[in-house]
Design a protein around this ligand. Sequence first.
Ligand code: ZN
Ligand code: ZN
Length: 404
Amino acid sequence: MYDYGMSSVLAHAESILLSPTELAAALEVHQQQAAVLALAVAHVQEAGRWADDGSVTMRSWMRDTCRMSDRDAGEWLRRGKLLNHFEPIAEAALDGLLSHSQLTELERCNRPKYEALLREMVEGLVNEVAPLDAQLTAAVCQRWRERADAIIEEHEPAEEPERSLSFSRAGDHAVLGRFTLDDAGGSELETAIRNAITHEGKNETRSLAQRQGDAFFDICAFYNKNHRAKGTKRNLPNMSFSVHADTLTGKNPEAINLDEWRHMSGAYADTKMCDCAVHKVLRDATDQPQAFGRTQYIVPQRLFRQLVERDCGCRFPGCTRTVKHCDAHHIQYWRNMGLTDYWNLVLLCTRHHHLVHQQSLQLDLQPTGELRVTWRDGRERVSPPRHGPPRGAPPHPSAVFAFA
Ligand SMILES: [Zn+2]
Ligand SMILES: [Zn+2]
C-alpha cells in the first residue's frame, strides 16, 4: 500500500507556500504549460500514434493510459483542436495572454458552422478578449456567436435538400429502416436501381420488391468493392471477423463480426472466406492473442487475373455482371481443404456468390470451362464457357496456391 507520509508534502513545502503575487505568476505558467500539453495532445492525435497499443481512438487511449474520465479526455481533445487550428489563439495562450477560462469561452465559438467565419475573424476576436476577464470574455464571445448566426443566416441557401436515412438491426439480424429523398436523390436512386436490377427470364421467381432489394444489395456491395478509400489492393470490403479454428472444417464455422461484435451465419462467413485477405491471430486457451501472422490474400492477385481472363465476369447461368462485381468462389470450400487453384475457383457476382452459399448449390467446372450448377432439389443449369481456357492455363487440376 502507498505510504501517505508527509515527506512528499514537506519536500514541496517551499514551492507550495507562495505569496499571492507568486501564486498568480505560477498559475499563469501552469496555464501556459497546459496550452503546450494541449498542442501535444493534438499532435499525438493527428500522428495516430495512440493506436500503437491497440487503442481504437485517441479518446479511449487517454481514458486507459492517463486514467481520465471520458469528459476530461474530451476537454483536452477540444482544447488541442482549438489551439492547433487557430494559430493566433495558440500564440496568445502560449504567451500567457489567454487564461484557461477564456480559452473555454473561445472554444464555444469553434463549432463547425462557425469555422469559416472564425478563421476570418479570429485575430480581431483574440485581440478583443485578451485584456478582459473571464466574464467579459464570455459576453464578447456570446455577442460574436449571435453576429455569426446572423451572417450565416443571410448567406444560407433557402433550404437544405431533405434527405434522411435511418436504420437499425431487428431481432433476427435483418436491417429495417426508412428513408426520405428529395427529387435529386430520388432520381439517383431510381436510376441506380434501374441499372442494377436483374431479371432471370423464364427462370425468374422473384417478385419486383425482391428484385429491387437484390439490386439495392448489389449497389452497396459494388460500392464496397470499388470505392477509392483506403482498403485492400482489390478493394475487398474491409470487414474483420474472427473464426474459431476448431469449427473451421465443420458444417458451420463459428464466426463473429468483430466490427459489429455479432455472430455471423455460417453461409455468410463462408462467402466472405472464399475471397478475402486473411490475417491470422493465434489465441491461447483463455482467448488471449498469442501471435499475429502476416496478412495474406486467399486468392493471390496473379491468380485472380487468370480467372478474370477465363471467366470475364459472373459465371452464374444467365448472369452478365462484370468483374467489378465479382468475388472468386472456391467450388470446394477453402476451409474444407479446397485448393486455391485455377480449376477450383470461379468468379461470381456478390449476389450469386451469397446465393450459392446460402442455398448450398453444387458447382461443377468442366475442363472445357463449362459450369454446371445443381440445386438441392436436383434442378440443374449450365453456364457455357466464356472464352475457353486461356492459353498457358495450368493443366487440370493443379495447385497454383495453397493457403498454409
Ligand atoms: Zn464462395
Ligand atoms: Zn451473378
